[in-house]
Design a protein around this ligand. Structure first.
Ligand SMILES: [Zn+2]
Length: 406
């Protein structure tokens, strides 16, 4: 079919389409630029004399779900001075086999897509091509840290790269943007990093790890350390879970299995329980006095936590008193799992109270962690630490950018 028309196809604006044909499953689009008056790059004189044409085959975005190749009839002009030169065009750079539009789409997809393999399949290319493009983008797009901001958050996650099982993520505590990822969580790694970039750091939000704390203190002197809420709350919930597991061993097998399956009803906030949840909760609480007591302690803790979040910054004395009341109740209960939990809370009390005074939380890092887990399950190509780091940092950098093209 001969067409000879111009159409505003994405990435082919102002380009003349000579012919479109389908060869097996591939679309072939024959294109050229309009002949026009040129300026010689050497002498500056005008010319529109054609020297010759070369056909350049260029991979373009899929069209109607089919692979698409452009057959570009590239024109060369010749000047009176003897200079020969190629015309300009908006869709492919010199010596490239893929169009500009294709390169952009693949770049974004390599960052946002699940695996390099999948991206390769989507764009009709091999995994290794995608990996190379990704690495190139990573080199040009990742801005390296020069100075950490005044509030930072650190958290570990299990990335399982060749450089270590656990990696450390460092984020801006206010904007919540991930800033860097360290290859492991060893004390010296953190310490050296903070010594190098942490001059301005005043507040560090973290989970309750002694080695993080001592690394932070030895690198930065005495910054304000804030315990992350998600992490310290977990101790109380873990304790309740421990009691449930211990107690249900004594239940009839049917109830033991059922209690295990319904365990979420113990953690849910009591005012969010459904009728059915409530029925199961009471059934099991009625079967064990100790479980009931542990549950009540969790609810007391939750009440304290909600209150502390609301008014902690105004009256930290009250928050502190509430925490002490909670400790006393736990001690009165004599439940070992709960006693162990409050030992940890007591050790980190200053940092816990700081979280209400300053109102900072790491919660967002859990979100990063979750997307990292997805990444790990599709781990092709990410055992390499620097690629893994690039993937996480770039994913966040490109958050608002869509992949609707292609
Ligand atoms: Zn010339």
């Amino acid at each position: 079919m001969h067409m000879n028309f111009t159409m505003n196809i994405p990435g082919l604006k102002g380009v003349t389409i000579l012919k479109v044909e389908q060869v097996e499953e591939t679309m072939r689009v024959y294109v050229e630029m309009e002949r026009s008056l040129q300026q010689c790059p050497d002498c500056g004189a005008p010319t529109s004399r054609v020297h010759d044409y070369r056909i350049q085959k260029v991979k373009h975005l899929k069209w109607f779900e089919r692979k698409t190749d452009l057959f570009y009839k590239r024109r060369r002009y010749v000047c009176a001075c003897g200079k020969r030169f190629s015309e300009q065009n908006p869709f492919v750079q010199r010596y490239q086999r893929t169009s500009i539009e294709w390169n952009q789409a693949v770049g974004i997809r390599a960052i946002k897509g699940k695996t390099f393999k999948e991206t390769g399949e989507t764009y009709g290319s091999s995994s290794s091509t995608i990996v190379r493009r990704f690495d190139r983008l990573a080199r040009s797009e990742i801005r390296s840290v020069e100075k950490l901001p005044s509030v930072i958050a650190i958290d570990e996650y299990k990335g399982d790269t060749r450089e270590g099982k656990y990696q450390l993520i460092i984020a801006d505590g206010i904007t919540k943007k991930p800033l860097d990822i360290l290859p492991n969580r060893y004390k010296n790694t953190i310490k050296h990093y903070l010594q190098k970039y942490g001059d301005q750091v005043q507040v560090v939000i973290m989970d309750m790890s002694h080695s993080f704390k001592s690394a932070v203190q030895s690198a930065l002197g005495r910054p304000v350390i804030v315990a992350d809420r998600f992490h310290f709350c977990r101790y109380v919930y873990w304790a309740l879970d421990g009691v449930r597991r211990r107690v249900q061993k004594e239940f009839h097998p049917y109830d033991r299995k059922k209690c295990k399956r319904m365990k979420h009803v113990f953690y849910k906030a009591s005012d969010r329980l459904t009728e059915e949840d409530r029925w199961h909760l009471h059934r099991y609480l009625d079967m064990s006095e100790e479980l009931k007591k542990a549950y009540e302690l969790k609810e007391t803790y939750r009440g304290w936590f909600v209150q502390a979040k609301e008014s902690g910054s105004e009256d930290i004395g009250k928050v502190k008193q509430g925490l002490r009341d909670f400790y006393r109740r736990v001690q009165d209960s004599g439940i070992p799992e709960m006693e162990k939990a409050i030992t940890t809370l007591q050790n980190w009390q200053t940092e816990i109270l700081n979280s209400f005074v300053y109102g900072y939380s790491n919660g967002f890092l859990e979100g990063i962690n979750n997307s990292t887990k997805v990444l790990k399950r599709n781990a092709y190509g990410f055992r390499n630490f620097s690629r893994f780091r690039a993937k996480i940092l770039l994913t966040h950098q490109f958050k608002g950018i869509g992949i609707h093209i292609g």
